[in-house]
Design a binder for this molecule. Structure first.
Ligand code: HEC
Ligand code: HEC
Length: 433
């Protein structure tokens, strides 16, 4: 009897499990669909300008691009699709510090989101590709991402699949070419636009769309926290980024920049082109040189693209190497004045933010979450909040208050050693109110 009851019970629980899995799957599938453009805060005009004239958005092209984005056959051993590292229900990232590519090889960089990538002025953390079209071919032929040997091999493989022959003919009126593969994928990516956040509604004139705490955070963002100086937001910069490159000291703790830069220059002088650049960035210790690999300009050593700040609570962990686990860690990093190095951006100085101010700032960042990710973001927020009460590896209160280095009792470095003279009695003045 009790056996039967247990069995029945299992069957019911099993069925419920299947049902909730099916719902979960349905929700995940929905997140992969092209998104409507009638969203609060959506910059229609800008979006129009950003669609390349030679690659207009068309539903059949977008559908083909979506298929390619999810197709593991684009990789050498049929294990990796774009969507393996850009997972729709993980905010189109993999939520890992760095990505797990073909044969479980890990690269040096964190996978940024594809959401709103249409608005990036340049692609990748170092801006080495100008457009989504140009970007789309790189991971396919990167040896530790999707591992195809070269672009000809990609065309031969995709072109050998009868269903694609038919679809490319219908969409592009010709056989499969690499250019059209790139165009279709980029067109699909341009449909992954997501705004409609509580902050967008606040900005559109709904003062109570965000909490009082988040409103305090917004003024810290613009004032004492100095975030606005790089993560500015306006109708032509809707992603909270200046689209420039700055060394904020993220790779400083593990890179010896000068010898690395010399090594990179020697290699780049041998000149193996764009594919070599991609490989230096993805799979060598020179990755931490950032924008310098692209420009060879010493000012760009350790410089990375100012990342957009939308949907941060589904695109964790943070920074180009995924080194920071919570938004509190990110703010602690800025608060202490980053990590000192000779190439540190002049805008990175100790901020003197107090604990309640840090909480306010994080509360503001959380309002940049689009509704379809609200639930997942709340779970992550709670997790990060809990962790932040016990674990704060980047917190250095003395440095953030300007009490280290030449202002403090002896050179306690490495943080804040060469900060400006400061007034510890009123750290609020540090933010330039
Ligand atoms: C093995 C994991 C992996 C795979 C597979 C992968 N990506 Fe990425 N993606 C990354 C990483 C890591 C970066 C950042 C690399 C860098 O900046 O140097 C990135 C960057 C990007 C960016 C730039 C976003 C930004 O904000 O700069 C886009 C767009 C993108 N990938 C799309 C794609 C497409 C399309 C495919 C399939 C053709 C793909 N990715 C396959 C890991 C992956
Ligand atoms: C001097 C320019 C500058 C200032 C000021 C600045 N940032 Fe950044 N921010 C950047 C750059 C550049 C990156 C990427 C750095 C990297 O990964 O090496 C970044 C990355 C981030 C990220 C990680 C995004 C991701 O997807 O991984 C967050 C979050 C962030 N900034 C928030 C803030 C906040 C909050 C402030 C104010 C306290 C601030 N930033 C001030 C330039 C700046």
């Amino acid at each position: 009897m009790s056996y039967i009851r247990t069995l029945l019970c299992c069957l019911v629980v099993g069925a419920l499990g299947v049902a909730s899995f099916a719902n979960g799957q349905e929700a995940a599938d929905k997140l992969a669909e092209p998104r409507p453009l009638d969203q609060v805060g959506f910059p229609h005009e800008l979006y129009g300008w950003l669609i390349p004239p030679d690659n207009p958005q068309k539903p059949d092209k977008v559908a083909l691009g979506k298929e390619l984005f999810f197709d593991k056959r684009l990789s050498a051993d049929n294990t990796q699709a774009c969507a393996s590292c850009h997972v729709p229900n993980q905010g189109f990232t993999d939520q890992q510090p760095t990505s797990d590519g073909i044969h479980h090889q890990f690269g040096q960089r964190n996978a940024p989101t594809v959401l709103n990538a249409a608005f990036n002025v340049l692609q990748f953390w170092d801006g080495r590709e100008p457009t989504l079209e140009d970007q789309a071919k790189d991971p396919i032929i990167n040896p530790i991402e999707m591992g195809m040997k070269n672009l000809d091999e990609v065309v031969a493989k995709v072109g050998g699949i009868p269903e694609y022959q038919v679809k490319f003919k219908a969409v592009f009126s010709g056989p499969v070419t690499i250019g059209d593969i790139q165009r279709a994928i980029a067109a699909y990516e341009r449909t992954q636009v997501t705004f409609n956040t509580p902050f967008d509604r606040f900005n559109a004139g709904e003062p109570n769309a965000i909490s009082e705490q988040a409103r305090r955070g917004w003024s810290i963002y613009n004032g004492k926290g100095r975030c606005m100086s790089c993560h500015g937001v306006n109708p032509t910069q809707p992603m909270f980024t200046d689209n420039r490159f700055h060394n904020i000291g993220v790779s400083a703790h593990k890179s010896d920049f000068v010898p690395l830069a010399r090594k990179a220059l020697t290699l780049l002088a041998q000149g193996a082109g764009a594919q070599q650049l991609d490989q230096l960035a993805i799979q060598t210790d020179m990755s931490g040189l950032g924008r310098f690999l692209v420009t060879k300009d010493p000012h760009d050593i350790g410089g990375f693209r100012t990342m957009g700040l939308r949907n941060l609570l589904v695109t964790q962990p943070y920074f180009h190497d995924g080194s920071q686990v919570t938004l509190w860690d990110v703010v602690d990093h800025y608060n202490k004045g980053g990590v000192q190095n000779p190439f540190l951006d002049g805008g990175i100085v100790p901020l003197g933010l107090t604990e309640p101010e840090i909480d306010d700032l994080v509360a503001f960042l959380a309002t940049l979450t689009s509704p379809e990710y609200a639930q997942a973001a709340q779970v992550e927020f709670n997790k990060q909040l809990k962790l932040s009460r016990t674990t704060r590896p980047q917190r250095d209160t003395a440095a953030s208050m300007g009490l280290k280095g030449r202002n403090g009792p002896g050179l306690q470095g490495p943080f804040g050693d060469i900060g400006p003279d400061q007034m510890p009695e009123d750290p609020a003045l540090l933010g330039g109110r």
